[in-house]
Design a protein around this ligand. Structure first.
Ligand code: GLA
Length: 362
């Protein structure tokens, strides 16, 4: 008997095969698959939310937002007596309108600071007293404005030095205040909103030497009863790292202090980690090859399996940017090089890694 195409589809329907695509039908977004585990967030700009396609993707996939830049010191508090609330307010309003959580990011960091912050009107470096007063005013004002709307804050970002033989980063915060600025930042944030969940946030947290230096800082804070509730593993990872055992070791080590863990800035670069900016080398590839795609899919599967295993201490996973259409890793640190670190491709479609992340059997 010859089966005509129309009969062929009828036959498939009769035997219960309804989807003919290579992938099963999507039955929800990331947030739905993970609803019994933790919120799934994404870092956004105010502009992203105004774009209908990206806005729709966000609402279908995520239930938490982090302003990617809008709440950093330079954009939100560019002059001593001037706050620029526009973008931060519009991100919080979007979240409120759609019932999404918001993580505030961040209150104290050595980067993206405004020119006035560390200087007096004569251009001299301010004293510790003045700088701590500025820190207190800033934190009180920003945290207060979003009290009840922002449930968690990255209070101090990246205070540990990149040099493994050193402890705290030799930032202007450190040079002027010594290590006190860290505890003070948490105290000011807690005073402003006692209900907010307060995080220390850093990168390369799975590398054993950095893990131990961060642990040392966290332990000091916990022992001194500083109001810190959690630690953010930024999760700027790659297809080469972290190894599953290193990620697990970090989750166990930090949570042994009674702290919650969030993955705050997740992306999986298809290139090895580099810190210093450089030009592309002649012949250097920037193609998303099937081999890179396969490695990235495996890495995403591995890390999410670990997140699920530790869901009692992991209280959130946030991606840094929405899709491969635009990511901070395009051109960074290698000028002109495209990267493909996220779960959605340049057309906002789910990649192979997306399917692995929602497949809990493997
Ligand atoms: C760091 C910061 C983030 C962001 C990323 C890169 O990890 O914490 O705010 O700037 O770098 O975009």
């Amino acid at each position: 008997m010859i089966i005509k195409p129309a009969n062929f589809f009828l036959l498939l329907q009769l035997i219960g095969v309804t989807a003919l695509s290579a992938q099963p039908a999507r039955t929800g977004g990331l947030k739905d698959y993970y609803k019994n585990y933790f919120p799934i967030g994404v870092a956004v700009t105010a502009r992203d939310l105004k774009d209908p396609a990206q806005g729709a993707l966000i609402l279908s996939q995520f239930n938490s937002l982090t302003p990617a830049n809008a709440m950093k010191w330079a954009p939100i508090h560019p002059r001593e007596n001037l706050y620029n609330w526009r973008d931060a307010d519009s991100i919080v309003a979007f979240a409120q309108a759609h019932g999404l959580r918001v993580r505030g990011h961040n209150l104290c960091w050595h980067e993206q600071t405004p020119g006035w912050l560390f200087k007096d009107s004569a251009g001299n470096r301010v004293t510790k007293e003045v700088l701590l007063k500025r820190l207190k005013d800033h934190i009180t004002t920003v945290v207060n404005r979003y009290k009840g709307k922002i449930y968690a804050w990255d209070v101090v970002n990246e205070a540990i030095d990149d040099d493994s033989t050193k402890f705290l980063r030799n930032s202007l915060w450190y040079q002027i205040c010594g290590e006190d600025f860290i505890a003070k930042a948490f105290e000011y944030a807690h005073e402003a909103d006692p209900k907010a969940v307060l995080f220390y946030n850093d990168y390369n947290t799975e590398r054993p030497e950095k893990r131990e230096r961060i642990y040392r800082l966290l332990k000091k804070l916990v022992d001194a009863k500083v109001p810190i509730n959690g630690v953010g593993l930024q999760g700027h990872w790659s297809i080469y790292e972290p190894a599953p055992k290193d990620l697990e070791a970090t989750i166990k080590r930090f949570s042994s202090l009674g702290l919650k863990i969030q993955i705050t800035e997740l992306d999986v670069s298809v290139y090895p980690w580099e810190k210093n900016r450089r030009a592309m080398r002649p012949g250097e590839s920037h193609d998303y090859t099937p081999e890179l795609e396969q490695k990235q899919t495996a890495q995403y599967a591995d890390v999410f399996k670990i997140f699920r295993k530790y869901h009692k201490v992991i209280t959130g996973v946030t991606f840094w940017n929405i899709s491969d259409r635009h990511t901070w890793l395009d051109g960074y640190p290698v000028a002109g090089r495209k990267n493909y670190p996220l779960l959605f491709d340049q057309n906002l479609q789910p990649k192979k890694a997306w399917w692995k992340v929602v497949d809990f059997k493997k």
